[in-house]
Design a protein around this ligand. Structure first.
Ligand SMILES: CC[C@H](C(=O)O)C(=O)SCCNC(=O)CCNC(=O)[C@H](O)C(C)(C)COP(=O)(O)OP(=O)(O)OC[C@H]1O[C@@H](n2cnc3c(N)ncnc32)[C@H](O)[C@@H]1OP(=O)(O)O
Length: 251
């Protein structure tokens, strides 16, 4: 199974389970996101939603370059990108706190997924970055739009995007992208992170999330996400992108 979904004591953990591909997102994993979103909406017990990656090397390496390399045209790219962008918008607007438990590399779309979460709890040795620029594209699942919503200083957010490099945990904490950096066991780090939040009535969590969600609705966030998708789709079609992906796949 390319993913697992486990609920324990109100904490729902969605684990990307393709460690041999550094937990790259393929079509099957997109369905996993949709299953989790439906689970949360239908649940009276889930209080926190956590996403993490199987193994110790990666949280998520973004889109599956082998699977998505077959997408050549702007229209073909838009079909995949918009599907995941819609999923991430539903994820970002869930009525429970969402936590990216970043156990390893979060790059490209993996960094976008983490940025769409409310919190980013990052392993000391993890490196994360919006590396799409090295593939001659921009973020394509809404990650840049969410980044500009996360309260980082504009210059720091923009530099993360146009550096297109991976940042270490110290840098991620310094720019304000990492909520917390942890050492050792990820389960212990998660338990410590939610220790106080879990003493608070879940109705309070939901009400505070609704304030942000209302602001995003008033500011046409979803429209802006889809404009980001369209921009990425245009760049996707260009030869520079396909050549860059070929170089990776022939490594
Ligand atoms: C809008 C989102 C956007 C999109 O999908 O359009 C993107 O996400 S674009 C960015 C796509 N992602 C990448 O370019 C990252 C590529 N991967 C890496 O940079 C590294 O694999 C890294 C840093 C995640 C981990 O490095 P490490 O040295 O630990 O592992 P390897 O590179 O040796 O990879 C092991 C194994 O996994 C395969 N792999 C890794 N990432 C992907 C991926 N994104 N898609 C498909 N396959 C991936 C890699 O090819 C290796 O396979 P093997 O058969 O063992 O050679």
């Amino acid at each position: 199974m390319t993913y697992t979904i486990d609920e324990t004591d109100g904490v729902l953990v969605f684990t990307l389970n393709r460690p041999e591909r550094r937990n790259a997102i393929n079509t099957e994993l997109m369905e996993g996101f949709k299953e989790v979103i439906e689970y949360v909406h239908n649940s009276n017990s889930v209080r926190f939603l956590v996403i993490t990656g199987a193994g110790e090397k990666a949280f998520c390496s973004g889109g599956d370059l082998a699977e998505f390399h077959s997408l050549k045209t702007e229209q073909q790219a838009f079909g995949m990108l918009s599907k995941m962008a819609e999923i991430l918008y539903e994820w970002a607007t869930l009525p429970v706190p969402t936590i990216a438990l970043i156990n390893g590399a979060a790059v490209g779309g993996g960094c976008e997924i983490a940025t769409a979460c409310d919190f980013r709890v990052v392993a000391r040795e993890a490196k994360c970055g919006f590396i799409q620029g090295t593939l001659a594209i921009t973020s394509g699942w809404g990650g840049a739009t969410y980044l500009f919503e996360r309260g980082l200083r504009h210059d720091r957010a923009l530099k993360m995007l146009i550096d297109a490099q991976v940042y270490d945990s110290g840098q991620l904490e310094e720019v304000g992208w990492a909520t917390k950096v942890y050492d050792g066991d990820r389960e212990v780090a998660l338990a410590q992170f939610i220790e106080y939040m879990r003493t608070i009535n879940p109705g309070v969590h939901k009400a505070y999330k609704e304030i942000e969600i209302r602001k995003w609705a008033e500011k046409d966030l979803k429209k802006r996400v889809m404009e980001e998708v369209s921009q990425c789709s245009k760049l996707w079609e260009l030869e520079a992108h396909h050549e860059a992906v070929n170089r990776f796949l022939k490594k």
